[in-house]
Design a protein around this ligand. Structure first.
Ligand code: UD1
Length: 417
């Protein structure tokens, strides 16, 4: 298994290009199941999760051709198999996003239940009750969700939680339903807007994406999409924190300020200079870092996917910070690994208290999930000596060419086998 070695202490300087967003690309790939014909997706990141999604489409009968780096054509003329097997769903929860499109197009879908994962139980009850409200008959048997519907019917759906995946599944399903669907308490993440734009490009009729009430007028059929994936706001945020923690000066190209308001605001409060320029976002940090209070919440609140990275940053602040994790119930696995580098963090339920003014020292650490791994990389950039990070397949799920991009900014980082 590969490992990453990082020798800390070099301020990052220069420019880095943000890749296409993993969390937008995954639902977009699933959305290709909605319409026959050849879809074209551009700005696709080269990541393990994207390979998994493509593998899933292949199982179902779609054909994918890469026509250039980051551009793929997906032919979805013949979708013969409506099943997402356990082996794939267990490696990537987002596989459950094929449920809505398959059911809408074929009237049947069999998708493995995702089960628990490292960051909590993560049920899919809201996906299922929404589909049931649209007339689907759902059975849970042998660890699989079996859904049937001759044609989905438009419905008024109130989500108990503004779930991102749930909103995406129901949005896709509703595009081909008969009549009008309204999703209330919908997730407002930028990835939902990107998906809605692609679906509109396919001929779907959608209003209100990005607000908490989305209205979809079902159509008889859709055409293939031609769409460029939005930039990855979490990758961008991670490089912004990397600039701050290393006391560097980095222009994150194509980072969209509109998607990153909470992150920008917290970085500014911490004392970093953040400039939103036409090419992206520039972060510069020289002076001392101030402690923060952070509460994660659904968009436009502070993203849970940036919580671990800010925790690494706050070990370097001039005082004690408090982080509350309100989206997932078990998302502090990075704490024990950060402690191995010398961080002083106490966890009490969903709250972590992070002492600042800590001198981090390189040590062997283990990545536990995607964003937890990113926090270890960031802490390593600020640590003395060398940090060795193992199990970096987690990083490869969501960060494209991370070591190459960081090394280009001046980090002393390398991957070893
Ligand atoms: C997506 C993102 C993930 C991010 C998360 C929250 C993708 C591929 N992944 O995950 O990176 O951390 O949003 O911003 O886009 N819940 C229920 N019932 C449901 C659905 C969700 O109780 O039916 C709960 C979950 O357990 C969790 C919370 O709602 O506690 C948020 O989950 P959700 O918004 O669905 O996250 P994902 O779509 O899985």
């Amino acid at each position: 298994m590969d490992k990453i070695l990082i020798r800390g202490g070099s301020p990052l300087r220069g420019e880095v290009q943000v890749s296409g967003a993993k969390n937008a690309a995954l639902p977009l790939l699933c959305a290709t199941l909605l319409a026959p014909g050849t879809h074209e997706l551009r700005n696709l990141p080269n990541l393990r999760d994207i390979d998994t999604a493509v593998q899933l489409l292949h199982i179902m009968g779609a054909h994918t051709t890469a026509i250039a780096p980051g551009t793929a054509r997906i032919n979805a003329d013949e979708i013969a198999c409506a099943e997402a097997p356990y082996d794939l769903v267990r490696t990537m929860r987002a596989s459950v996003l094929v449920l809505g499109p398959l059911l809408a197009r074929l009237g049947y879908a069999r998708v493995s239940l995702p089960g628990g994962c490292a960051i909590g139980a993560r049920p899919v009850d809201q996906h299922l009750s929404g589909l049931e409200a649209m007339g689907a008959k759902i059975d849970l048997e042998h660890g699989y969700i079996e859904a049937r519907a001759e044609r989905l019917q438009g419905a008024r759906i109130y989500l108990d939680i503004p779930t991102v995946g749930g909103t995406e599944n129901l949005l896709m399903a509703a595009t081909l339903a008969q009549g009008r669907t309204i999703i209330e308490n919908a997730a407002r993440e930028p990835e939902i807007i990107d998906l809605a734009k692609a679906l509109q490009n396919m001929g779907a009729q959608i209003e209100g994406a990005g607000s908490d009430a989305i209205t979809i007028h079902g159509v008889e059929k859709l055409r293939p999409m031609n769409h460029a994936v939005m930039p990855d706001r979490i990758e961008a945020g991670t490089f912004m924190v990397a600039a701050a923690i290393s006391r560097g000066d980095v222009l994150v190209r194509d980072a969209e300020a509109e998607h990153l308001e909470a992150v920008i605001s917290k970085l500014r409060q911490s004392g970093a200079e953040v400039h939103c320029v036409p090419e992206g976002i520039r972060v510069r940090c020289e002076g001392p870092l101030q402690p923060l209070r952070i509460k994660t919440s659904p968009h436009p609140g502070f993203p849970t996917d940036m919580q671990a990275q800010f925790m690494a940053l706050l070990t370097q602040a001039e005082g004690t910070s408090i982080i509350s994790e309100n989206v997932f119930e078990n998302r502090f696995m990075h704490v024990s690994e950060l402690q191995r580098l010398g961080a002083r963090i106490r966890v009490d339920g969903r709250q972590a208290t992070v002492d600042g003014r800590v001198e981090l020292l390189g040590a062997p650490v283990m990545a536990t999930d995607l964003r937890a791994s990113a926090s270890l990389v960031l802490a390593a950039l600020a640590a003395e000596n060398t940090t060795e990070i193992s199990r970096i397949y987690h990083l490869d799920r969501g960060y494209e060419r991370l070591e190459e991009k960081l090394s280009h900014l001046g980090a002393d980082i390398r991957r070893v086998r």
